[in-house]
Write a protein that binds this ligand. Structure first.
Ligand code: UD2
Ligand code: MN
Length: 348
């Protein structure tokens, strides 16, 4: 019995061991089978991916061999380069007495209603040029003759506005410029404004007619003053301010009638807002002022020093927000928008 029970135990254990070995080898076989078939599965999924990509490749090929893209969809217009490749630097200016408006018009076919956009890129800034004017037709012609190609070489989107003071009352440059700002914004949301004397012609197209983070004075020097800054803080002639900067100072004062002071008043407003006037380098910010005498109706403003003394007290209520005027006409000529305006007369 002892031997029999021993044998029985042994055969039972052997059965278990054999069963275990069998099941292990079955598992190993299954694993091996899966291992073999796993590879083709991966290959299949990779093929599936390639197949998914394939139609777009085919589409690309098809589209490149059929009608060109630009026939159906407009080409994306890229931003103009930081530095225009069209700039020429210092220029020889000409002031021919035989020059006619029709000549300047035919030289600037790309300009419509005083507005221009570069044809092959999106301009970096949209700039309105505001020119206060009365009875300076010859100066205006010379300025248009030089300024249009100058601005086009700078690849700007621009519009030129001439603001004509109607009647014979004393001239008010600053108020006309306020009117120009308010009227130009009715046409387009210009982001930059250049306040520009009619008789100043820029000599170097590296003097960029764009706005900066701070108000910019563009006339460092001019022929008549030996190309030197007239005095520290001088802010006359041609200045550039963004829409927001000009709004922040409430524009120019409306109360300077006659010659002088209004440019200093704007400087005071800028300084009151803790802004800082910037200027391009002197060799670039050069202008030729077409010779002129003092105009009748623009006599020296004897009141200007008194007015300058009260700027910090009145700027909030004297400026863009109190600029009242009557628009006489808005004429859209090929090379500029002509706004004739009745701005009243001095209250004295
Ligand atoms: C200086 C300033 C100018 C202004 C002025 C004082 C420079 C280069 N310019 O110019 O910005 O501060 O002093 O008011 O320093 N205008 C007419 N018709 C007139 C009178 C004036 O169109 O009958 C316009 C025109 O755009 C002219 C501007 O007003 O350029 C300034 O008058 P200005 O040229 O007689 O004065 P000016 O040269 O002393
Ligand atoms: Mn002048």
């Amino acid at each position: 019995m002892g031997l029999c029970s021993l044998l029985c135990k042994f055969t039972r254990r052997a059965k278990y061991v054999i069963l275990l070995v069998l099941s292990l080898s079955l598992l190993a076989w299954i694993a091996m089978f899966l291992g073999e078939t796993g590879k083709p599965l991966l290959v299949l999924s990779a093929t599936a991916q390639t197949l998914i990509k394939e139609p777009s490749l085919r589409e690309k090929l098809a589209s490149s061999t059929s009608t060109p893209d630009h026939v159906n969809t407009p080409l994306p217009i890229v931003e103009c380069p930081q530095k225009s490749p069209l700039l020429r630097g210092a220029l020889n200016l000409s002031f021919e007495s035989s020059l006619k408006l029709t000549d300047v018009e035919s030289e600037n076919k790309g300009v419509t209603d005083g507005e221009y956009k570069p044809p092959d890129c999106t301009a970096r800034q949209s700039v309105a040029i505001l020119i206060p004017h009365r009875k300076r037709e010859r100066h205006l012609l010379y300025l248009l003759h030089h300024l249009h190609p100058f601005l086009q070489r700078q690849q700007l989107h621009y519009g030129i506005y001439v603001i004509q003071q109607a009647g014979d009352a004393t001239f008010n440059r600053a108020k006309l410029l306020n009117v120009g700002y308010l009227e130009a914004l009715k046409d387009y949301s210009w982001e930059c404004f250049i306040f520009h004397d009619v008789d100043l012609v820029p000599e170097n197209d590296h003097n960029l007619y764009v706005c900066d983070k701070q108000p910019k004075h563009l006339v460092v020097g001019r022929n008549a003053t030996g190309y030197k800054l007239r005095y520290k803080g001088y802010f006359g002639g041609v200045t550039a301010m963004t829409k927001a900067q000009f709004l922040k100072v409430n524009g120019f004062s409306n109360t300077y009638w006659g010659w002088g002071g209004e440019d200093d008043d704007l400087r005071v407003r800028v300084e009151l807002q803790k802004m800082k006037i910037v200027r391009p380098p002197a060799h670039v910010a050069r202008y030729t002022m077409v010779f002129h005498k003092r105009d009748s109706g623009n006599e020296i403003n004897k009141d200007r020093m008194r007015l300058l003394g009260r700027t910090s007290l009145v700027w909030r209520k004297d400026g863009l927000n109190s600029c009242s005027y009557k628009t006489v006409s808005v004429e859209r000529f090929p090379l500029y928008v002509n706004i004739t305006v009745d701005i009243g007369k001095p209250q004295r």
